[in-house]
Design a protein around this ligand. Structure first.
Ligand code: WT7
Length: 636
């Protein structure tokens, strides 16, 4: 894989990639194994919208992720799996073993009636068999739809039905910290609402009691026992769907983003290699769940396409203690560690004595993804985990983009705390004002848009192309609209300032939430914060901050003043919050994003329209926050 090794090489490559994108991607695509070469690199028309990469080409992504490494890497670990229970044994699965298991399971799928194009739902814990199931689908051209195993039966049923999945792959249960979650029971409940599922394959994992539906249910281990380890990869058209992955929309039902075979493979492999500067022998650990796009692209496909060793962790960062991440880094000699700001902020509040016992000297690169990383978390990560020796890549992208779009290249291009920095080769971001005019000055602030196709963009929303058009291509003509606010510095570095709907206009000033939250989080007694707007007679909108603190007995008046001083100093007096409510926790999605939407409803006293909170990680905090809000307003 082509690797950029210096800043000047990045600049030269970037220039080339936008002057002649087709020549650029043509060359990258040559690095892969194709059954048939493509006829054209790119065809697109965003007024439809329609985008085709490597049209006419044929390939199988598993051949690129597994088979082609066998000659040199058959005995190298493809996956290192760390169990939830630290006293249980870790598993290392070589490329040869991965090949054999994937082929066997692909044969199991075939035997049970799964054919190219069928949708298969995967609802599994973070065990090696999850990756095997994903790749086995890809091997035979079945479209996988992985549903995060923390979701409820209702959420699972909605996703199975949306794609009319023919099969469900699950396990009896899953371990998460000290809890055991009955995945099979949840699946059974979901399947009462789903008619399309013919078979359920059940992995024995926790060995808990389950209900069995003869004829429908099949044990993974029994099916695998006699399955052959030979399965020719099904040749796929470049534009055939590889998978569906659901992402929540601002309203209503989740959007099933559809990713294609070739473009997705080329782009995730290229970005994995270049952003992380992965070298043979390195151990790459992305802490995301495979239920999210980060897990698809940077636990499975990107690393394996590069013949890397990828770590899968079954558990959670707090179990049995808040030192678990560092313990795992030490144990498996992790060189690349990729996590989310929410995890960093949680770990940061624990004493550094939890880090000190561990040898983190193998670490070379740190990564962040999922939300803007605030300055304090960035510096803590840099100092205590990277020991100021590891570049940090702050990677901006989305479920819809398939791969990393804006990020530094580790140790190669400059980094700047809180900035995702520069676009990757082939990516053409622009900044628009509210009317859709491009802001051409280097220093600018506004709405992020992408003005040219890239290979791994989602091609549609499953079963609803009109919604795809409406959500992503109608805000501004001819551009892809990610929905994020952004600013750009004099050197062209991009800083993501939060979702567009997080922007609050106070006295005519357009304020992104991220920089203000950043300033609040700088206060030594603050863990994290979330900022929303509420209507104000004079200012139009005023700022309401929800803050969590280490101190259980907060002197609220003092802390309020100190936080305001901090914000005035870092952002400006205009950004001082009008109200601060100290809370025990912030509502978060299962993937760790703060749900500002719910907080906005509380701040604007629009409690009827809070909506469904059952899919939150911590639904209980919502009631506490509502009670605290009432108390604050009546006492002030
Ligand atoms: C949204 C996409 C990308 C995989 C995980 C999330 C926010 C993501 C960053 C970052 C600031 C970020 C954006 C984006 N986001 N990465 N490095 N800095 N914001 O995927 O659930 O589809 O969410 O996450 O708001 O639009 P997702």
């Amino acid at each position: 894989m082509k690797t950029i090794g210096s800043f000047s090489e990045y600049q030269e490559t970037y220039q080339r990639s936008i002057e002649d994108p087709e020549a650029f991607w043509n060359e990258i695509a040559e690095d892969f194994l194709w059954k048939k070469k493509w006829d054209s690199v790119l065809e697109y028309d965003w007024s439809v919208p329609e985008t085709k990469w490597f049209s006419g080409g044929m390939l199988n992504i598993t051949e690129n992720c597994i088979d082609r490494h066998l000659e040199t890497k058959a005995d190298q670990p493809a996956i290192i799996w760390e169990p939830n229970d630290p006293s249980a044994s870790a598993i290392s699965m070589t490329y040869q073993e991965l090949h054999d298991s994937v082929c066997q399971f692909a044969n199991v799928l075939k035997k049970n009636g799964i054919k190219k194009g069928d949708r298969v739902c995967i609802y599994m814990p973070m065990v090696v068999e999850l990756t095997v199931a994903v790749l086995a689908c890809a091997r035979i051209g079945a479209v996988h739809s992985v549903v995060f195993a923390g979701f409820s039966s209702t959420a699972l049923a909605a996703r199975i039905n949306d794609a009319s999945c023919k099969m469900l792959i699950t396990s009896d249960g899953s371990y998460r910290g000290s809890k055991t979650i009955p995945l099979k029971d949840i699946s059974d409940k979901a399947l009462k609402e789903c008619e399309s599922v013919e078979h359920v394959i059940v992995l024995k994992n926790t060995e808990q009691d389950i209900q069995w539906y003869p004829g429908r249910d099949l044990w993974w281990h029994l099916e695998m026992r006699d399955a052959s380890a030979v399965c020719e990869p099904t040749p796929m058209q470049a534009e055939d769907p590889l998978f569906i992955l659901y992402t929540s929309g601002s309203t209503g039902k989740p959007k099933g983003m559809v990713h294609s075979c070739a473009g997705y493979m080329v782009y995730t492999a290229y970005t994995f290699k270049n952003v992380f500067q992965y070298e043979d022998g390195d151990i790459f650990w992305c802490t995301a769940d495979i239920g999210w796009i980060t897990g698809h692209s940077y636990i499975i496909y990107g690393p394996l396409a590069n013949g890397a060793t990828t770590v899968m962790f079954e558990g959670i960062p707090s179990y049995p203690n808040y030192d678990r991440f560092w313990k795992i880094c030490d144990k498996h000699k992790v060189t690349h560690f990729y996590t989310a700001p929410t995890a960093i902020r949680t770990l940061e509040k624990h004493p550094t004595s939890l880090i000190e016992p561990y040898d983190l000297s193998n670490l070379k690169v740190l990564g962040s993804v999922g939300e803007p990383i605030n300055a304090e978390a960035w510096h803590w990560y840099d100092t205590h985990i990277g020991k100021q020796q590891c570049p940090i890549v702050d990677t901006w992208w989305q479920t819809e983009t398939g791969g990393i779009m804006i990020s530094s290249l580790a140790g190669v291009t400059p980094q700047k705390p809180t900035y995702a920095t520069l676009p990757l080769p082939g990516i053409q971001p622009i900044i628009l004002d509210a009317e859709g005019h491009e802001l051409s000055a280097n220093e600018a602030e506004g709405i992020l848009a992408i003005k040219y196709p890239w290979p791994s963009m989602a091609r549609t929303i499953y079963g609803d192309h009109e919604r795809y058009k409406q959500v992503y291509f109608s805000a501004f003509e001819g551009c892809y609209f990610p929905g994020d606010g952004v600013s750009r510095d004099a050197h062209g570095n991009y800083r993501i300032t939060g979702r567009i709907d997080d922007v609050v206009i106070v006295s005519g000033h357009n304020l992104g939430t991220a920089p203000i939250e950043d300033a609040i989080n700088e206060h030594p007694e603050v863990i994290e914060s979330a900022l929303v707007g509420y209507p104000h007679d004079i200012k139009g909108n005023a700022l309401y901050a929800f803050v969590t603190s280490f101190n259980t007995e907060v002197d609220e008046a003092r802390l309020y003043k100190e936080i305001c001083d901090q914000v005035a100093k870092s952002v400006g007096p205009i950004a001082k919050p009008d109200r601060i409510q100290f809370v025990t926790g912030l509502p978060k999605t299962r993937s760790g994003k703060i749900m500002r939407r719910i907080l906005r409803k509380i701040a604007t006293n629009d409690l009827e329209r809070i909506g469904d909170t059952s899919t939150l990680l911590n639904p209980d905090v919502v009631e506490d926050i509502i009670a605290g809000n009432e108390e604050m307003l009546t006492s002030s």
